[in-house]
Design a binder for this molecule. Structure first.
Ligand code: FAD
Length: 295
């Protein structure tokens, strides 16, 4: 099907884009890489009267460490995460994630910001950003605000972004000594959305126990799952098989998947359990500096 007719705008600055958003209100939709929006337009699940293409705005395509954060600009595409040496070395969980999203064609165009702003629990970055304790920066007519990712996903395809806000940056706390994370995804075939996915982040204390942890899960509820009880179970404990097994059980208990072509509820919950344990083991190896665990 062809999209319904719309006016196309290509603002040259963020200010211009914001002014267009304010002018056209809920009749406007931002376009970034187009990898989620264009399919929706073609199916006519979305029919905005105005498309505001932010893809030509300069200075939004950066990956840099600054002020204690990794900062990812709004126009950074998946392929850039995949190929970045900084990401491979310091944030391997992001490389795990970007490299299992869709296929190279989608990754050449799709942006990290768009992946989050779309609010799809089947997308892979949300779980990873929950595990990383990320925040997103939103710019609106009234200025800029920062939103913790844990509060960002409010419902199916619904985020905390207001209609007149643009997600300009993703901020991830720089890794501390003894920390490590990993993302694992089960897919029916390469390029598919997740049947289930688990992102785990841990920080080890000097005695080898776990000082802090976060766990995010993909496509296992109507929003990305922040498995807080599972993560809390790790804190203060040594990462023994018993601890990891219990954490996997708690992670699965935090999910509420639906039955579909990817599997039954029971199957998906079992995959949540298994993937959580495996991702934790990989995160642990990375936190301990095991070079074989690097992507
Ligand atoms: P767009 O499609 O341009 O926009 C998506 C939504 O976000 C729109 O509502 C838009 O208005 C809004 N938006 C975009 N940027 C901003 C911004 N800066 N501020 C505010 N709002 C914004 N994703 C996965 O995670 N895993 C997969 O396995 C996967 N498989 C896919 C397979 C196929 C065949 C396709 C076509 C897509 C797949 N996707 C998958 C989805 C895709 O990776 C992302 O959702 C997509 O790339 C979103 O980023 P984008 O830049 O393309 O956003």
């Amino acid at each position: 099907m062809l999209p319904s007719a719309f006016d196309y705008h290509a603002p040259a600055t963020l200010e211009e884009a914001l002014a267009l958003l304010v002018e056209h209100g809920d009749e406007a939709k931002l376009l970034s890489g187009g990898q989620s929006l264009v399919p929706l337009l073609k199916l006519r699940f979305a029919a905005p009267a105005h498309i505001i293409d932010i893809g030509r705005i300069p200075d939004l395509s950066y990956i840099r460490e600054e002020g204690g954060f990794l900062r990812i600009g709004a126009l950074v595409r998946e392929v850039e995460l995949e190929r970045s040496e900084l990401i491979a070395k310091r944030y391997p969980i992001l490389k795990d994630t970007a490299s299992v999203i869709a296929d190279p064609l989608v990754r050449n165009r799709g942006t990290v910001a768009g992946n989050l702003a779309h609010g799809d629990p089947a997308n892979d970055h949300p779980a990873t950003m929950i595990a990383l304790g990320a925040e997103v920066v939103a710019r609106g007519p009234g200025g800029e605000r920062s939103i913790p990712v844990a509060e960002f996903f409010q419902g199916l395809l619904t985020t905390a972004l207001a209609d007149d806000e643009i997600l300009t940056e993703v901020r991830i706390p720089a890794p501390v000594e003894g920390s490590g994370g990993a993302y694992l995804k089960l897919e029916r075939k390469v390029g598919d959305y997740a049947t289930a996915g688990a992102a785990c982040w841990i920080v080890l204390a000097g005695d080898g126990s776990i000082a802090s942890a976060r766990i995010g899960l993909t496509n296992l509820a109507s929003t990305p799952v922040n498995a807080t009880a599972a993560a809390a179970h790790l804190v203060g404990r040594k990462p023994t098989d018993e601890t990891l097994d219990k954490t996997g059980e708690l992670a699965a208990a935090a999910t509420s998947p639906g039955k579909d072509r990817r599997g039954s509820v029971e199957y998906k919950q079992e995959m949540a359990r298994v993937l959580t344990i495996r991702a934790l083991k990989k995160a642990l190896a990375r936190a301990q500096g095991d070079v074989r665990s690097r992507p």
